[in-house]
Design a protein around this ligand. Structure first.
Ligand SMILES: [Zn+2]
Length: 242
C-alpha cells in the first residue's frame, strides 16, 4: 500500500509504502522455519506494489543508532546491525520493519537524498535521528530542506513505560505523561522534538495520527499482540528515475 506523505506529494518520483497486517508479517528472522514464509510475504508485497524485489535494500533492525549509506550495488542486500538506510541512488528501495516503533521517511529534495529509519525509544535515546541528519549533511543535504514523514506507530496513551525509561527523556517533559501512578511516553513527540533540534523545520515534519495499537485489523502491534515472534509491517521509500 502506498503510504501518503503529503509533504512528498509534489515530488512524483518519490514513493513511500507502509504495509498492512493483511499483507502478513514482513519481519526479517533468523528462524529457519519462518524464513521462507517471510521472504515470500516480502516478495509478494514488493511485486504487488510494482517494486522490483531485486532493487530493495533491507535493514535488519537492532534498536541501535547506526545507519548505512547504500548504493545500487547493495540492492537485494539485508544489512545487519543498522536501523536506517540512506541513499542518493535512484531505483533502489530502502526498507525497515516496525510494529509500534516509528517508521521515519526522509527526503532531501535539493540533493535528492532519501532515508528510511526505524526508531523506538532505545535508538532515539542513542541518537539515531542526529545520525541520520548527519549522514544527509555529509551527502551535501541541508537540514532545513529535509522533509520527514513519521508513519503509524504507538501513541502515548498506549505506551506505558517504566520510570527509568521516562527519566532518559526528562529533557522532553511534553513527551512524558504521569497518570494514576503510571508513566506514558510519546515517541512521536520525542522524534519530532529531536528533529527540530537538528534544524528541521516544523512544517517539514508530518506525523501520522494513526496508532498501531488501536488498529488491530490494520496493523500489527508488538505491545498489543505480544507474539512470541514479532510480526511487523514494512516501510519502504524509493526514488524513481525521472
Ligand atoms: Zn494508541
Amino acid at each position: 500500500m502506498l503510504y501518503n506523505v503529503k509533504l512528498f506529494r509534489k515530488y512524483q518520483n518519490i514513493q513511500a509504502f507502509f504495509s498492512r497486517k493483511s499483507d502478513s508479517s514482513m519481519k526479517l528472522t533468523s528462524n529457519s522455519l519462518l524464513k521462507k514464509r517471510i521472504s515470500a510475504n516480502r516478495e509478494d508485497y514488493f511485486v504487488k506494489n510494482n517494486i522490483d524485489p531485486k532493487n530493495v535494500v533491507s535493514a535488519k533492525i537492532v534498536h541501535e543508532k547506526k545507519l548505512a549509506a547504500v548504493h545500487e550495488k547493495d540492492s537485494r542486500k539485508i544489512i545487519s546491525g543498522v536501523d536506517g538506510l540512506i541513499t542518493q541512488n535512484k531505483n533502489i528501495f530502502l526498507s525497515i520493519t516496525s510494529a509500534d516503533c516509528l517508521p521515519i521517511f526522509l527526503f532531501e529534495p535539493e540533493k535528492e537524498i532519501i532515508g528510511m529509519i526505524h526508531a523506538g525509544w532505545r535508538n532515539l535515546e542513542k541518537g539515531i535521528a542526529s545520525n541520520a541528519v548527519e549522514k544527509i549533511i555529509k551527502l551535501g543535504g541541508r537540514p532545513e530542506n529535509i522533509l520527514v514523514g513519521i508513519g503509524p506507530a504507538i501513541c502515548q496513551k498506549h505506551y506505558e513505560v517504566g520510570l527509568e525509561v521516562a527519566e532518559k527523556f526528562k529533557k522532553y517533559p511534553e513527551a512524558i505523561k504521569k497518570e494514576g501512578g503510571k508513566t506514558y511516553l510519546d515517541i512521536k513527540k520525542i522524534a519530532q522534538l529531536q528533529l527540530l533540534e537538528l534544524g528541521i523545520r516544523k512544517g517539514n515534519i508530518e506525523i501520522s495520527s494513526e496508532c498501531t495499537f488501536e488498529l488491530p485489523k490494520k496493523y500489527f502491534s508488538a505491545r498489543r499482540d505480544k507474539p512470541k515472534i514479532v510480526e511487523a509491517m514494512i516501510a519502504v521509500i524509493g526514488m524513481k528515475n525521472t
